[in-house]
Design a protein around this ligand. Structure first.
Ligand code: GDP
Ligand code: MN
Length: 436
């Protein structure tokens, strides 16, 4: 769950970080009338995306006329696809220096990573690219509850070394890091970022921006914290905007789906690689399939095979649910091959194969993109499923020419995956030649 800046700042404040004085959040220009405005004020677009400053979503107003003009303009603005519906008004602070400070968890190792830089206010990615020596980074392997002052002092020393003007706020910098760390750990966050952490002209340290992402899996434990800043812990409002197009689509239909690729909507394929979509039977099988596709890709195919999604049918999907699961992956721009499996459990192989075949026939008729499907099915209603598959193959050989389902246990799943990948690479070459 991503928090809005004003919510994040309220939480930061509870942990001892200083933030600008919040005047109000408004959803309409008329609300300006009744507010006690102590100019200059900052007017900030409350959208759950960064880079607002560059897109015109952060402005300073020196009097009420300016404020009205800015507020009116901003309510008509869209930032990276997010319409502005709410503005935060804050008392502006006088900036002497801007610091970057963040705490995240490395998604691969689950280590905590603290990053800071005296070159704040700009994208940290830019600093990392152009002036990596200006970035201080520390990886913590033991997931400590609190940050030791040895580490925060080391970071503060680094910042002062890069900018001697910061010497007067050295202790405050060290304390701010300890506070942010506590906020991160106690709220079970995934990301806490302050950019910029402003050093004011009178040497105060103020968190002028706040990014805060909570772990959805621990939200139930964080209900008191969420409520304390006015968020309904059961609300979905934050999650929706974080979803990819395909995740949102699956959520709408009613099954769990995760994109493993970054930016799947504008994804650039590497043409040497094979991208594999997965329709597994159950969540555990879904995780296994991802690992196994990578494993087989590394062993036999030079590491050129990429699983693109996690999916779970959620126990006993209907015929149209199954069809929708396949449609979603065949519409996905990355997919070269689909690997699927049914392994007993609650769900019926018969419904599964009917849904799969329905999706292939529909796509064939409406000339939508067809993708080879390899898989295995074992379990409930197997005899009916086999009969349906054999009949369908006889009746409509063309729509089903790239459907390869092993019925029963005569092949292990690893071999099914390997066969599928081999076929996928051949098919891809064939298609690319055909297109040229
Ligand atoms: P972002 O672009 O979405 O990251 O939005 P920020 O909240 O970081 O605002 C962008 C920039 O506006 C900051 O880097 C600051 O330089 C500036 N800014 C934000 N708050 C204040 C303030 O209170 N006073 C002044 N003078 N500048 C501010
Ligand atoms: Mn910022």
């Amino acid at each position: 769950m991503k928090l809005y800046e004003y919510e994040a700042k309220q939480i930061f404040e509870k942990f001892g970080l200083a933030v600008p004085k919040q005047i109000a959040t408004i959803e309409n220009v008329s609300e300006l009338e009744d507010l006690p405005l102590n100019f200059p004020i900052m007017i900030k677009a409350m959208v759950l995306i960064g880079g607002r400053g560059k897109a015109g979503g952060i402005k300073k107003a020196n009097n009420i006329e300016e404020a009205k003009k800015i507020v009116n303009e901003m309510f008509g603005l869209t930032i990276h696809g997010y319409p502005i519906k709410k503005l935060l008004l804050e008392e502006a602070v006088d900036v002497a220096n801007e610091i970057y400070l963040s705490i995240t968890t490395d998604p691969a190792t689950f280590d905590l990573v603290i990053v800071t830089s005296a070159s704040g206010g700009v994208d940290i990615e830019e600093v990392a690219k152009n002036k990596p020596e200006n970035i201080w980074k520390k990886t913590l392997r033991d997931n400590p509850k609190f940050l030791s002052s040895d580490i925060s002092n080391e970071a503060a020393d680094f910042l002062v070394e890069k900018n001697p003007d910061l010497n007067v706020v050295k202790e405050k910098l060290s304390n701010a890091m300890i506070s942010l760390f506590s906020a991160y750990q106690q709220s079970e966050a995934k990301i806490c970022e302050i950019n910029p952490l402003i050093v004011t002209t009178d040497n105060q340290l103020i968190a002028a921006d706040a990014k805060f992402v909570l772990d959805d899996n621990s939200l139930y434990r964080q209900a008191p914290l969420l409520k304390s800043v006015g968020i309904d812990p059961k609300s979905k409002r934050h999650d929706v905007s974080e979803q990819t197009k395909y995740e949102a689509q699956a959520y709408g239909i009613g099954f769990p789906f995760l994109d493993l690729l970054e930016n799947p909507e504008s994804f650039q394929k590497d043409h040497d690689k094979l991208y594999v979509g997965l329709v597994p039977g159950g969540a555990g099988y879904g995780i296994f399939s991802i690992d196994e596709v990578v494993n087989i890709g590394n062993r036999y195919f030079d590491g050129k095979v990429v699983p693109i999604n996690f999916m779970d049918s959620g126990g006993g999907p209907s015929l149209s649910d199954v069809a929708d699961m396949f449609h979603l992956l065949m519409d996905h721009p990355a997919t070269d091959l689909i690997i699927t499996s049914r392994f007993g459990g609650i769900s019926s192989c018969d419904i599964f194969i009917q849904g799969l075949i329905m999706s292939l026939r529909d796509r064939y008729i409406s000339k939508r993109r067809m993708i080879p499907v390899f898989g295995r099915m074992v379990g409930t209603d197997l005899a009916a499923a086999r009969a349906f598959l054999e009949k369908a193959k006889r009746e409509s050989p063309d729509p089903l020419k790239d459907l390869h389902i092993v019925v029963g246990n005569q092949k292990i799943m690893a071999d099914v995956i390997k066969d599928g990948i081999e076929y996928g690479f051949k098919n891809k070459k064939h298609l690319e030649k055909g297109e040229n």
